[in-house]
Design a binder for this molecule. Sequence first.
Ligand SMILES: [Zn+2]
Length: 221
Amino acid sequence: MIIKPDKIIRAKRKTVSITVDSSGRLIVRAPLRCSEARILAFIEEKSEWILKHRAKKAHLQSLLPSENLNGFQFLLEGKPAEICYFSGKRLVFYEENRCLYLPEGKGEESVQKWLKNRAKFMFSELVKLRANEMRVSYKEVRISSAKGRWGSCSQDNTLRFTFRLLYAPIAVIDYVVVHELAHTAHKNHGKAFWAMVEKHCPDWKIKRKWLKEHGYFMQIF
Ligand SMILES: [Zn+2]
């Protein structure tokens, strides 16, 4: 099979590079005077990589919500949940059937707002509890919309967590809380830092692995 580039971007550079964008398009970056033959040869050489990444992107796309949110399934605190349109006025979540009832006509923005509120309440409680156990103090808990990081701790010990962390199992959320709280005592990832994390969350490696494997969860909502 011959793979053709969807877009070639020429620039002042020395090497050819390829990326597959979120819709599976193959983008090639090439030097200004690079021949078509050299580009095609490069693509040929990387064909296995391209096919693998396209399959991955297609799979990811199938896990993300489309415009019609009705029936969309996702994980909430690590357990399956589903969005159901209804004729009510306010978004409501029923624990019994794990349905997030969304007023018809409302979209992602409403879901995000609801998730942020839930995250604020839940993460604040967890932080309070864990800070007590770890004997550390922090300034405040803030909820972010970050897509690149699950949590952070600033110089003044303000803790930030992305509301998207709410998709993870509670035990994983707990690890992120312990991780960021440990940063109030150690502003690095040194030995003392990990010793503190290990003490309060012995199986942190399993939880960190979960976060790595589910990085694409950041793309939901
Ligand atoms: Zn860290």
